[in-house]
Design a binder for this molecule. Structure first.
Ligand code: FUL
Length: 513
């Protein structure tokens, strides 16, 4: 239901990044946005694309990998997916609410950040907002004294979970909705309440779903003013979906693209405008529909006027709906593993929705599968079966591929070496069905294609192949036994840089996509 609106790029200062532990000779300029000049050749454009890097907060967010969504509100009690805005607040009455249970369940399953629907499209606020009567303060919950945003942020602090806020711009209840300046002010006030009173907020999620308000009017959102406010109040928060820092992957299935570039084109904003507004926010519009199959290949960026780091968030619900419904079941462990490989393992961050039920608890069947999921991911990916192998081949920093340190990386001898072959020889044969690769995206995304092969019956056979790697790329296939594995990088925008290489053994599951 999301639409694609202007993208706003973040911090514009051209950062000259110091180099890694390995490569001390890199003298390129890096920033999370780059402009293409009319004199730039195709080679220049590709080279520029390779220097676009995440901002610090985008990089921090990417490393969370697993993030959670809690859809909870009047819809939980009406059984709807979208409310109407004229619900009686009295229906909001969880009988056994335990927000700590929500947060602890996700934390134990390995999730690093959780987002609460503070206000969904119906306009009902889970905190006692001064901007509306359609809120928890007029519900029976704690005799109108309750504040779920408080309970949620307190629970996050207690369990070491980062907190995020979903605030729907679309508000079917508020009388000012559609009266654009007035509602924009109401919305900014709500943001101010949420971002001033509850401690650190690390993600603000603006939904693209949009429709009419109670008067049948459509609102024109003043997004730049919302972004400015967020940057003032919570500068470390990434702004997602209808925002500059994180993009919607384009589906709600949990499956990202096989080719997922975090660097995508923007429209033509001039350097002068950037300079003038560098302390605020600058509007960029993506050149293409963000739901397309290919957002960033050479073909797509070839006539861009600018390029920006805009990584994918892959959202999906553990149940069919976003809100809890008695007659729906959570997804199976196998399905969640497939989703993991197809989201985190395709250069995305997974945003998994787990809707609390009418009691105000995560249902036992959801907790059970989440606990299994967390255990499997932790056990599988903490056991790199190729650890201790001898690494040989092109480039420098070979040993860093197996050292478990994201910040040390392997790269080729010179910037113009864009292909390479690396070989891993284990002391004895290993059985694996999963390969995981990581690019050192702190300095950008570059790899365009790669092949993983294993030595068997006196020849190299293909285990799996792919295009982009990005922060994490996972390939899953039928079990293979071999003691010699090689990685061939067959194309890269500039010298490829890899932080890690691993072989793992996952439980069997059938991939849907
Ligand atoms: C959509 C909304 O319309 C759904 O209700 C849900 O909140 C989902 C995450 O985003 O656009």
């Amino acid at each position: 239901m999301k639409s694609v609106l202007p993208v706003v790029a973040i911090s514009i200062l051209l950062a000259f990044i110091g180099c890694s532990t390995v490569n001390q000779t890199d003298k390129l300029n890096y920033s999370n946005v780059v402009f293409i000049d009319s004199t730039d050749t195709q080679t220049d454009i590709v080279r520029k694309a390779a220097t676009v890097r995440p901002s610090d907060k985008q990089l921090t967010w990417q490393k969370y990998e697993l993030t959670a969504f809690f859809h909870f509100g009047v819809n939980t009690f009406t059984g709807r997916e979208w409310g109407t805005g004229d619900e009686d607040p009295a229906i909001f009455n969880p009988t056994d609410l335990d927000v700590e249970q929500w947060v602890k369940t996700m934390k134990d399953a390995g999730f690093k950040l959780a987002i609460l629907t503070a206000k969904h499209h119906d306009g009902f606020c889970l905190w006692p907002s001064e901007q509306t009567e359609h809120s928890i303060k007029n519900s029976p919950y704690q005799d109108g004294e309750g504040d779920l945003v408080r309970e949620f942020t307190d629970a996050c602090k207690k369990y070491g979970m980062k907190a995020g806020i979903y605030l729907s711009p679309w508000d079917m209840n508020h009388p000012t909705y559609g009266d654009s300046p007035a509602y924009n002010e109401v919305f900014r006030q709500q943001l101010t309440e949420l971002l001033s009173n509850y401690g650190p907020i690390d993600e603000v999620w603006f939904d693209g779903a949009n429709g009419e308000g109670p008067n049948g009017k459509v609102q024109e959102y003043d997004f730049p003013s919302y972004y400015k406010l967020i940057n003032e109040l919570q500068p470390n928060a990434v702004i997602a979906i209808m925002g500059p820092d994180v993009r919607w992957v384009g589906t709600e299935t949990g499956y990202g693209r096989l080719t997922e570039w975090s660097v995508v084109p923007t429209d033509g904003t001039t350097i002068d405008k950037v300079a003038a507004e560098s302390q605020n926010q600058v509007s960029f519009a993506p050149k293409k529909d963000l739901r397309g199959e290919d957002l960033g290949s050479r073909e797509v960026i070839k006539d861009a006027s600018g390029l920006v780091w805009y990584p994918a968030e892959t959202d999906v619900s553990i149940r069919q709906g976003w809100f809890f419904h008695e007659d729906q079941e959570p997804k199976s462990l196998e399905k969640l593993l497939d989703i993991y490989v197809s989201s985190v393992g395709r250069n995305g961050v997974l945003l998994l929705n787990v809707p609390p039920d009418k009691r105000g608890r995560i249902h036992e069947s959801d907790s059970l599968v989440l606990a299994e999921f967390g255990k499997v991911i932790n056990e599988v990916f903490s056991n790199n079966l190729i650890n201790g192998a001898e690494v040989s081949g092109d480039g420098k920093g070979l040993h860093t591929l197996l050292d478990d340190d994201f910040d040390s990386y392997w790269t080729t001898e010179s910037e113009s070496d864009t292909t390479a072959t690396l070989e891993f020889t284990a002391e004895s044969p290993v059985q694996f069905n999963t390969v995981q690769l990581q690019e050192y995206i702190t300095l950008g995304q570059r790899v365009e294609s790669f092949v993983v092969e294993y030595w068997s019956e006196n020849e190299w056979k293909v285990a799996g192949e792919g295009t982009t790697i990005g922060y994490k790329r996972i390939l899953h296939f039928d079990p293979i036994i071999s003691s010699k594995i090689r990685l061939r990088i067959t194309s890269s925008r500039l010298n490829p840089r890899l932080s890690s290489f691993g072989l793992f053994s996952m439980p069997e599951f059938k991939s849907a996509l």
